[in-house]
Design a binder for this molecule. Sequence first.
Ligand SMILES: [Mg+2]
Length: 259
Amino acid sequence: MGSCTISSPFDSLLFDLDDTLYSSKTGIGQALKGNVQDFLVEKCGFPESEAPNMNRKFFTTYGSSLAGLRASGYDINPDDYHSFVHGRLPYDLIRPDARLRNLLQSIKQRKIIFTNSDRIHAIKALDRLGIRDCFEKIICFETMNPNLWKSARPDEFPVVLKPSMEAFKIAIDAAEVDPRRTLFFDDNLKNIASGKAVGLRTVLVGSAIKSKEADYALETLSNMVQVIPEIWLSEEEEERIGHSRNEMDSILATTAVGA
Ligand SMILES: [Mg+2]
């Protein structure tokens, strides 16, 4: 064996947060949508009847309502926006997830968060799940948009978010990973497509069926062991498997002789 042993093809894992590390069924996403619509009405003066449509349109075209508002010339401070839409979320709906924690702790590779959300939200959600210390780094809204707080005009710097290629380049840089040896987990099809385009190995979460750009699909993260067992491959592990294979061979040989 020695130099012939196969180790894991992955040395880093990049995880989206919302609807990836906790289920979209928690109600957090629904509450967030309501808060964004309230922001559009209360802070920007959109009619209540138009708010759901505007939110959808901004999300599809710009990645978020904050991005859409700023691109449209609204001088919205990102911190005010985030504290309004995230600050009032019912975080107690996110329950501690001991199974996920055990799963993450069994993975020896580098683990990094890559989310469009702001840092305060990411930390609150990770703390609720009880998995914050499983991650080496959080790449988030602030990482992708360092210039927003300095700019004089809201449309001077466009908001950078997944699925833009720019966002992925910033994340790969900040994470200091080799995309070809990095697994990227996300529940959003567009994000998976961009991830694939920058050379990441992609895992669509929340679906048992792969999209065109997904290398793997997981209905839930707990399926990871069955679907991507190569994460846990290590030289030691390989040697152990090799060992038991030898033992198995000798058992079979003995049986054959006896028969
Ligand atoms: Mg997500």
